[in-house]
Unconditional design. Structure first.
Length: 170
């Protein structure tokens, strides 16, 4: 079977287009699933959905030296009746890190530029702890500082949680 030059070009272009689309679909599925876990999305009108409840979004670490390392813990409680997903966790500075602990299982450490597919699930009525770690020696500053940690959720009322720590670096 002979294929003319013009048909061969169309077959090659069509094959490459199909390959590119396949790669895009696979990449987007991996991004959403986060280590194999699908994130279920909800809308505000859903009666059955997760509800992220946070008692405090900020903590003052007080005075510290550039060589010190301090941390603060924040609790996220799922007051809804569906699992709360936590994902796309990042920080505002390379000197700030975060971990998430759910049912005594601690996540990897998240940072400003780290790309992670980690997704955590907090069942209805359960809690997660976000630990924010500040290491001023990585980006030395002095005086008052404020750093943030961002946590994506599938709670339609709170799709992004922002936790803030402040300190006075001497």
């Amino acid at each position: 079977m002979k294929i003319s030059g013009e048909k061969a070009v169309f077959v090659i272009i069509g094959g490459l287009t199909l390959l590119v689309l396949l790669v895009i679909v696979l990449f987007s599925l991996t991004e959403q699933q986060g280590k194999g876990r699908q994130v279920t999305q909800y809308v505000k009108s859903d009666s059955s959905r997760p509800k992220a409840n946070v008692a405090s979004f900020s903590s003052d670490l007080g005075k510290m030296k550039v060589s010190d390392e301090k941390s603060a813990e924040f609790t996220i409680e799922n007051n809804g009746n569906k699992p709360l997903s936590l994902f796309k966790i990042s920080t505002s500075c390379d000197c700030t890190f975060a971990t998430v602990t759910i049912n005594n299982v601690k996540s990897e450490e998240f940072s400003m530029h780290g790309k992670s597919s980690w997704t955590g699930e907090v069942k209805a009525g359960e809690k997660a702890t976000v630990t924010v770690i500040y290491k001023p020696s990585i980006m030395p500053v002095s005086g008052p500082v404020s750093r943030e940690v961002y946590v994506g959720t599938n709670d339609p009322d709170r799709p992004k949680l922002t936790f803030t720590i402040s300190a006075f670096v001497e």
